[in-house]
Design a protein around this ligand. Structure first.
Ligand code: G3H
Length: 542
């Protein structure tokens, strides 16, 4: 149980912030990276405030100021696009034609440079979005591991394609070529990792990239600007700031973007796709809303199910696209499950992101807190109850998790993706009723099932694998390990991401073919032996 007074006390006085976690001075970013140059920005800027508040001597709470960043407009978007178009040069640019080994070297250089800024970047993730220090460190390290795995996978891919194939009198070399210009946008909840999970594969496959940082999590890119500038040729990576709803549709309307990589909302994705005048030229790689369910069967190991559902619903305050956002529990064990679940919720530490062991931290903006309260009010008005003591207590950005039961059709929480610390629970009587919830959902990312009867689990799996793209047995939903496919059906995703699949998503199979004749052999030999082409070659990358 947490009272409002107890929550308010969780916010520190300024002198209680540990020195090693402080942002030493606000970062007022006045440079933008376009065409390999740090251009000085003298226009509009936006202040960045942390979700973390400090308590004044009079008890008042004020958000910590972190700095400010440029709010660039359509003119700068045009400049970034022009730089990208020129660097791409219709696929004839230095970058798209560069040998794979050289592109890998650029990415390696970039990685080494950002590693030197780990502490600063981790701190900015923590302060900008309120993610715990431990999870912010994990996000950084997971990103570096993802980049390294991507490099290894590309080497494997390229080495496999470094040979000629002969079929039916045709000699061919088949490789993967870049698509052109990629626009990459990630979400605020994984502002570094999810952005890099598209940006790095896009770059390393030879695409030129325009990148817009998420709404929260802009300043954390500031320490990376120099690495972006110096590791890649001019124009290969250009960063766009400002109002997303103004600059991004403007860029799309140019018709120059070949790949849209967006992890965010379907509303935005649909608008952007429609803004592109030549839809056939646009490939979309989208990670969108999800409403992953947990189905707890009567014979489930309750302690295990509770443990996994706690992590599944409340890691990073439930702000994960893969979070469990609805728990369906068999009515015969509903009372026991809920009781145990609420006890465990009560044990979770709520506080400031740097506190060891903290799980629940401030939400990034007050609008989210308002939305959480609207969801609760709607469910309560329609017959649900907040069943954990103190659930929904709010002080500024600290929101104590609320477990709601029973959440039924017609309530917002039944179908909407709450993306925050609210846990809707609903009872089910028959397996068919639980399956029906998933089948009739607009979303189709993942599901978790908890139970021990092999026949029942098998029957559930066989239905659910045609509804979602990952069925988790006796464990929470999650994206990782990153070598596994991250994908969804229905309105949850378009395209597949994994270390391997992302390289495919940002490239296209392209081949060079010739008749199987002596003359062809002679010509191809001359090209290969004379080292004349980046595409036609049999180089091996170590
Ligand atoms: O927000 C969506 C993330 O991709 C979730 O990743 O399941 O590893 O936390 P995660």
């Amino acid at each position: 149980m947490k009272t409002a007074e107890q929550l308010a006390e969780r916010f520190p006085r300024d002198d209680e912030i540990p020195d090693e976690c402080r942002i030493l001075a606000p970062i007022h970013q006045r440079t933008i990276l376009i065409n390999g140059e740090m251009q000085i920005w003298g226009g509009e800027t936006r202040a960045v405030y942390s979700p973390v508040c400090v308590r004044g001597a009079d008890g008042s709470l004020s958000h910590v100021e972190l700095g400010s960043f440029p709010v660039t407009g359509t003119a700068e978007a045009d400049a970034a696009l022009a730089a990208a178009v020129s660097a791409c040069n219709n696929g004839r640019g230095n970058w798209p034609t560069m040998p794979v080994a050289e592109r890998i070297a650029c990415v390696g250089n970039f990685t080494n440079q950002i590693l030197a800024h780990r502490r600063e970047i981790v701190n900015l993730i923590m302060w900008e979005i309120g993610k715990s220090l431990a999870d912010s460190q994990k996000e950084f390290d997971r990103t570096i591991a993802y980049i390294r795995a991507t490099v290894d996978e590309l080497k494997r891919l390229d080495n496999r394609n470094s040979r000629f194939e002969i079929a039916d009198g045709t000699i061919a070399q088949i490789r993967r070529s870049p698509l052109g210009i990629a626009l990459c946008m990630g979400p605020y909840n994984y502002p570094m990792n999810e952005t890099f999970s598209t940006l790095i594969p896009a770059l390393i496959m030879g695409n030129v990239v325009l990148f817009k940082p998420p709404r929260f999590g802009v300043l954390l890119y500031y320490p990376m600007l120099e690495a972006f500038r110096s590791a890649f040729p001019p124009g290969v990576i250009n960063i766009v700031y400002g109002e997303g709803h103004v600059v991004v549709p403007h860029i799309m309307a140019s018709g120059q973007v070949n790949v849209l990589a967006l992890i965010g909302s379907s509303t935005v994705a649909n608008q952007l796709k429609k803004a592109h005048p030549k839809t056939n030229r646009l490939r979309a790689i989208l990670g969108l809303e999800a409403k992953n369910a947990a189905i707890v069967m009567p014979d489930a190991d309750i302690e295990l199910a509770v443990r996994e559902c706690i992590t599944g619903t409340l890691s990073f305050n439930g702000q994960r696209c893969t979070a469990i956002k609805m728990i369906l529990v068999h009515q015969s064990i509903a009372e026991l499950f809920i009781r145990r679940f609420c006890v465990e919720v009560g044990k979770l530490a709520i506080g400031m992101p740097w506190e060891p062991g903290v799980v629940l931290t401030p939400l990034p903006e007050m609008a989210m807190v308002t939305y959480m309260n609207e969801c609760i009010a709607d469910a309560v008005a329609k017959g649900a109850k907040v069943i954990n003591p103190g659930g929904g207590t709010t002080v500024e950005t600290l929101f104590y998790p609320a477990v709601l039961y029973p959440v039924l059709a017609g309530m917002k929480l039944y179908r909407e993706e709450q993306f925050g610390p609210i846990i809707p629970v609903t009872p089910f009587e028959t397996i068919e009723a639980a399956l029906d919830y998933v089948i009739t959902s607009d979303h189709g990312q993942q599901v978790s099932i908890f139970g021990s009867n092999p026949e029942q689990i098998a029957a559930l799996v066989d239905t659910l694998v045609n509804q979602v793209c990952r069925v988790n047995i006796n464990c929470q939903c999650q994206r990782g390990p990153d070598v596994f496919p991250f994908v969804g059906r229905k309105d949850s995703a378009e395209g597949t991401l994994s270390v391997h699949d992302a390289l495919r998503a940002f490239s296209i199979r392209t081949m060079v073919a010739a008749k199987q004749t002596e003359a062809s052999k002679k010509l191809l030999d001359a090209i290969v032996l004379g080292n004349k082409s980046s595409f036609i070659n049999t180089h091996f990358i170590l």
